[in-house]
Design a binder for this molecule. Structure first.
Ligand SMILES: [Zn+2]
Length: 498
């Protein structure tokens, strides 16, 4: 399944489509033509990704909430595979080309471009290849083909993952509301600055408010939009929940009342609020924000109502990544659970509907999340390297390049088992959590809790990520694939690409 380069037919389709993209970024993608869905065929794709969700995030959430013998909803999906996620350097060619230069650790922008547009690109790029050429997205193809489209995220809706489907930008930081040369221009790619009329330096919020790529837009990031954006959205037929003009955020109640085909609803001026805070502060304004499962359920209802042609919905659990960057395992685990509840909504719809492919994956792993043995800690905190002597076979001995430091790094060695801050479970690694397998008396943060978690760093890693799938064609995901293969699999399932 893993392939070194794009198939010729898709390269041609992309070339045709991208050559006719206007400055507003709407792709005149190839229509479906004669490839109509058949009776037992897939009409809808619900594509869910846990941002930063590596294999260990899944295992840790399973053990935390369902115990060693339990399973997350995503783990109940019949097809399971793994996805490579590497990015490329700026100005790199595609895999197989002489000027191909991989970067083994991706960011969310490059990853989103890989599955949205089927090309490898540099970190921070959205909807453009590594040389800055605009590449059409699956959501644009879907829209053009008459499917309904939706984009849901717990991040700002202008953030990399949702933006990858509905914008084209040289730099992901070009979010808006206003143009900024520092945030938008990338002369490493373009040589000289582009005119501000060029879509690639147009603030992402401006693009989203005007290009109509997603019919249903739910998430955070209201502060990225302004009065002009609100007017543009309304002109394009959207029901706007809350108000960008007055910076009034939408609420769960607004979402429940929404019934039109095109809905724009942002529930926080920034990222949405973590589930842990809402649970601990039930009367806060933040508790009025819908969960990712609630947004998913509503998006599916809006997109499927009276719809014979089908829909394409992307759903992101974004805070898994953001809280992993912060090395906060308690917040991360609750975000994993919340994302898994969105998977439940999608799976239950797909089971009833019979024409829906559900894909659950991630863009990259974040922070080298690990389940470590009870009573142990990470080598980042160790004063000496691990033992490297094999007494039964000295040929196996090694000479570590890292020698004993004599003292722990004071900034990193206050974990609960081996430092001066040992009484404070909020200190650095490891973090411990009880699971359903533990006796009732065991509490989170105690050394007796059975789930010990640690982090390698505060950044992304290059680990492959899991993929789970349900529905006709899901067997294509039960494989070792690359993130650009996701473009082909979804595109073909919806008859958007060859
Ligand atoms: Zn991240």
């Amino acid at each position: 399944m893993r392939r070194p380069a794009r198939s010729t037919s898709v390269v041609l389709a992309l070339a045709v489509a991208s050559s006719v993209i206007g400055t507003l970024g709407v792709a005149n993608a190839e229509p479906r033509g004669s490839e109509k869905p058949k009776n037992n065929d897939i009409k809808n794709v619900i594509y869910l990704l846990g941002d930063g969700m590596g294999r260990t995030h899944v295992t840790a959430a399973r053990e935390r909430y369902y115990g060693a013998d339990g399973e997350l909803v995503m783990e109940s999906l019949p097809a399971v595979g793994q996805v490579s996620t590497y990015a490329v350097e700026p100005m790199s060619g595609q895999p197989g080309a002489a000027d191909f230069k991989p970067n083994y650790v991706t960011d969310s922008a490059s990853a989103a471009t890989a599955w949205s547009s089927g090309v490898k690109t540099y970190n921070a790029a959205l909807g453009v290849d590594a040389k800055g050429k605009v590449v059409p997205t699956l959501m644009e193809y879907a829209k053009k083909a008459g499917l309904r489209t939706g984009n849901v995220s717990t991040a700002e809706i202008t953030d990399a993952t949702p933006a990858g489907q509905m914008s084209h930008a040289l730099l992901r930081g070009c979010q808006g509301p206003t143009y900024s040369e520092a945030a938008c221009q990338n002369t490493e790619i373009t040589g000289s600055a582009l005119p501000t009329s060029d879509v690639r330096v147009t603030p992402i919020a401006d693009q989203i408010a005007r290009n109509g790529t997603a019919d249903v837009i739910l998430g955070g990031g209201l502060a990225r939009f302004d009065a002009e954006d609100e007017a543009a959205l309304k002109k394009n037929g959207y029901t706007v929940l809350g108000s960008p003009a007055s910076q009034t955020v939408a609420t769960r109640g607004d979402l429940a009342a929404a019934s039109s085909k095109k809905v724009f609803g942002l529930f926080n001026t920034g990222n949405l609020t973590i589930e842990k805070y809402k649970r601990e502060n039930p009367s806060s304004v933040q508790a009025e924000e819908p969960s990712v499962a609630e947004m998913t359920k509503k998006a599916i209802a809006l997109l499927s109502s009276g719809n014979k042609k089908g829909f394409y919905l992307q759903v992101e659990g974004a805070l898994i990544d953001k809280r992993s960057h912060a090395n906060d395992a308690a917040q991360t685990l609750e975000e994993m659970k919340a994302f898994d509840e969105a998977v439940r909504v999608a799976r239950d719809f797909a089971k009833k509907d019979g024409h829906t492919l559900v894909i659950v994956t991630a863009d990259h792993e974040c922070a080298g999340f690990n389940i470590i043995e009870q009573g142990t800690f990470t080598n980042a905190e160790a004063t000496v390297p691990p033992t490297n002597v094999d007494s039964g076979n000295t040929a196996n001995n090694s000479t570590p390049t890292r020698t004993a430091r004599g003292a722990k790094d004071p900034a990193r060695s206050t974990g609960i088992v081996n430092g001066a801050g040992s009484a404070d479970p909020n200190n650095f690694a490891p973090a411990t959590f009880r699971t359903p397998d533990d006796p009732a008396s065991v509490t989170d943060g105690s050394p007796e809790a059975s789930l010990w978690l640690s982090y390698l760093s505060g950044n992304h890693t290059g680990a492959d990520v899991p993929v789970f799938a349900y529905g006709k064609g899901s067997n294509k995901l039960a494989d070792s694939i690359d993130n650009t293969d996701l473009f082909d699999i979804v595109g073909r399932a919806l008859h958007l690409t060859k």
